[in-house]
Design a protein around this ligand. Structure first.
Ligand SMILES: [Mn+2]
Length: 317
């Protein structure tokens, strides 16, 4: 039996299902999990999509009002993790995954730990939403306007509006078929990629002001801490995208962005051409993609910066 058939069988056998995605969910995490959620509801499953915290920019997504902060059950027949590379990324809600009778992982991260009983991971896909689209087509699940909008949201955000490596002919074919379904690509683009909340703008200002260039300008580095966030009254997700500012500067190969969390700093790394930032993050227990990866580290921003630069330097030309 193919992996896709195995997944369908597990879904058909389950009465209740929980869908989970990674902490600090991005548009791909939200879009692909919401699309899957709608398909399972349509199959008359007792399904819950649990996302404890997400940015309010995602309130524009269809069915977002049905997302739960907490599960209603202690044990589910089936748990499906979407766009999530490791159990660690399920943070405080990994128990729903671990305690489920059966576990499925649907993802596109090259660093995926294959932590499910069945894992469908297409590392060549630029977004989990593209993987999800393949599932929808294979199972002949209906892609209506709402589902299409969620899938498109995932593809647009994870590809930075079709600009990152990994975008293929297939990506544009999917976009084209969703466009035919009436999905408003321009509107999703504007809402999710080119609209900033005021507090996220203020946070960005602080981060940009603090940006330093290291190793002959090949590394851009900046951070924000809890004090900054308090000052601008930042909300969940307001720091999203700051890491791209450094990467977009001429001559920069790697952009480092640190964001303070309860137990240290969440590190985001982006590269432009040849540095494998997933390898750098793996050294410290994280991971991701070749040109986009993350890890949580302890210490002061300066200490973390030194550790990261030491690793990155080995790959710089
Ligand atoms: Mn993704």
């Amino acid at each position: 039996m193919s992996t896709l058939d195995e997944i369908l069988k597990k879904i058909e056998q389950a009465k209740n299902i929980v869908i989970l995605t990674h902490e600090n969910p991005d548009g791909d995490a939200m879009g692909s999990s919401l699309a899957l959620y709608q398909a399972l509801v349509k199959m008359d499953k007792d399904v819950e999509l649990i996302v404890p915290k997400y940015s309010r920019v995602f309130t524009c997504l269809p069915k977002i009002e049905e997302v739960k902060q907490e599960g209603s059950k202690s044990e589910y027949d089936l748990a499906i993790a979407v766009d999530t590379a490791s159990i660690k990324q399920l943070d405080g809600w990994s128990k729903y995954f671990e305690d489920a009778k059966s576990r499925i992982v649907i993802d596109h991260h090259s660093s995926n730990a294959m932590f499910g009983d069945v894992n469908y991971v297409d590392m060549s896909s630029p977004a989990c939403a593209q993987v999800m689209y393949v599932l929808f087509r294979y199972y002949e699940w209906e892609i209506n306007h709402d589902v299409g909008t969620c899938l498109m949201a995932g593809i647009i955000t994870d590809t930075g509006g079709f600009q990152y490596a990994g975008v293929s002919k297939e990506t544009f074919e999917i976009a084209s078929s969703l466009l035919v379904e009436g999905v408003d690509i321009a509107k999703i683009y504007k809402k999710l990629l080119s609209t900033n909340t005021r507090s996220s703008f203020e946070l960005r200002k602080i981060a940009l002001d603090r940006m330093e260039f290291l190793e002959d300008g090949k590394i851009a580095y900046t951070y924000i801490n809890k004090k900054d966030e308090k000052k601008v009254k930042a909300e969940t997700g307001d720091h999203e995208g700051i890491v791209n500012e450094g990467r977009n500067i001429e001559g920069v190969e790697v952009s480092i962005f640190l964001h303070e969390i309860d137990d240290g700093y969440k590190v985001s790394l982006r590269s432009n051409e040849y540095v494998n930032v997933s390898d750098v993050c793996l050294m410290f227990g994280g991971g991701g993609h070749f040109r986009a990866a993350g890890v949580t580290m302890q210490g002061t921003p300066k200490q973390i910066r030194e550790k990261l630069v030491g690793e990155i330097k080995r790959q710089l030309k």
